[in-house]
Ligand binder design. Structure first.
Ligand SMILES: *Cc1c(COP(=O)(O)O)cnc(C)c1O
Length: 399
């Protein structure tokens, strides 16, 4: 067998165990259609129901009629006026001086770190940070990366002390190494928050830059969904805010928000912007409409939280362990992986769609079903889902 044949055979062996995910045949609202059957959508990060929102659909349709579909490389063909409008709206929404939009939050994390951090700088990262942050740190080529224990400020301070020692050796160009502290805002497996006020205080004390990835915070936390920085009243205190347009905003795209000088630097230098396409017209128009809706009223965000509180208190009333979430992410802790998988399969038979989360997404023995209510659910929808959980739990004897 040639080495190339061996390569292809190896690929087959390592994909055999993977289960094909479901195919969805409908929009992503309160319900989904899978195999021709309507299922309650109980685990989507379209928190606000915007994936099927009429106003947002109309905004995208109108923009397509006016401008068509694709845009161009902003540095070659030019920036579209819709991109500028969206960036202005996002900066205003986040309470920062300026924002730049990229094609995803994965890209935005890579741009945010790679553009300003070099080999000889220092990055300190929460151990549970999202994969896109881990990849972004790798891409920067930084030698000194330090991992602190999840949300543990004693551990962070130890790393800062270490970094402070390392920083005494100047870089080859004579400058002092930068220290960047980076964290998810909301940790998406447990729904807990980064202790941002404490992180900001430590960063001030040790002269470090701060970066928060607020992918699950936008549209959810803070006044009218302005995110984790607004939630903690820290506007202007976090250097780099990364956001996603794929979660609550329900389209695709990512952005970086911060001080004008920093964003101007990204606009000019970020490779993810120079060498990758800008957002399409419908994505840009839809995201702009979503931000406009949130600026005008906090009605949908309030509904999301009402649904969250109701769902959680009902599940707890029936004896489910829903972890320590501070957001709509509601982990129903089951522990055993096989039970979590069987639980999800049985829910599916009850026409409730909620996928199991198992190792390596979470630690061994911490398997769960991650339920996420949305503003699109009615109380009757939630009651249906809760009833299915109770029925399956009784069948599996896990309460
Ligand atoms: C989903 C997610 C991302 C990636 O967002 P995309 O816009 O889909 O690339 C990045 N960071 C966190 C914390 C996320 O949850």
């Amino acid at each position: 067998m040639s080495n190339i044949q061996k390569f292809y055979q190896g690929l087959e062996v390592s994909t055999k165990a993977g289960k094909a995910p479901y195919t969805i045949e409908s929009g992503q609202g309160a319900y989904l259609t899978i195999n021709g059957t309507k299922k309650l959508n109980f685990c989507s990060s379209h928190y606000l129901g915007f994936a099927v929102d009429e106003r947002i659909k109309q905004a995208a349709i109108k923009a397509i009629e006016k401008y068509g579909l694709g845009t161009g490389y902003r540095t070659l063909a030019g920036t579209h006026e819709l991109h500028l409008k969206l960036e202005e709206a996002l900066a205003h929404f986040k309470g920062t001086e300026k924002a730049v939009v990229l094609s995803s939050a994965y890209m935005a994390n890579c741009a945010a770190i790679q553009t300003i951090i070099g080999k000889e700088d220092i990055v300190i990262s929460d151990e549970l940070n999202h994969a896109s942050i881990i990849d972004a740190v790798r891409l920067s080529g930084v030698k000194n990366k330090m991992i602190y224990k999840h949300a543990d400020m004693t551990s962070l301070e130890e790393k800062l002390k270490e970094a402070d020692e390392l920083r005494r050796t100047p870089k080859t160009n004579g400058e002092t190494p930068l220290i960047l502290i980076v964290t998810d805002g909301v940790f998406s497996m447990d729904g807990d928050l980064a202790p941002l006020p404490e992180i900001v205080n430590l960063a001030k004390e040790y002269e470090a830059l701060t970066m928060v990835d607020d992918a699950h915070g936008e549209g959810v936390l803070g006044r009218g969904g302005r995110g984790i920085v607004n939630h903690f009243g820290l506007e202007g205190e976090v250097d780099i805010e990364v956001g996603s347009l794929s979660k609550a905003f329900s389209v695709m795209g990512g952005f970086i928000a911060g001080k004008k000088s920093l964003i101007d630097f990204y606009l000019l230098k970020a490779r993810q912007r120079l060498f990758s396409i800008a957002l399409t017209i419908p994505d840009t128009a839809a995201a702009l409409e979503a931000v406009t809706i949130l600026q005008e009223s906090d009605e949908v965000v309030t509904k999301l939280w009402d649904n969250t509180k109701y769902l959680r208190s009902e599940l707890q009333k029936y004896g489910f362990d829903t972890g320590n979430s501070e957001t709509p992410i509601t982990p129903v802790m089951l522990g055993d992986e096989e039970i979590a998988k069987e639980f999800s399969t049985k829910l599916f038979a009850e026409d409730v769609f909620a996928t199991p989360i198992v190792f390596p997404m979470v630690a061994k023995g911490k398997a769960r079903i991650r339920v996420i209510p949305s503003a699109a659910h009615s109380k009757e929808d939630l009651d249906r889902g809760i009833a299915a959980f109770v029925k399956v739990a009784k069948e599996l004897n896990v309460l």
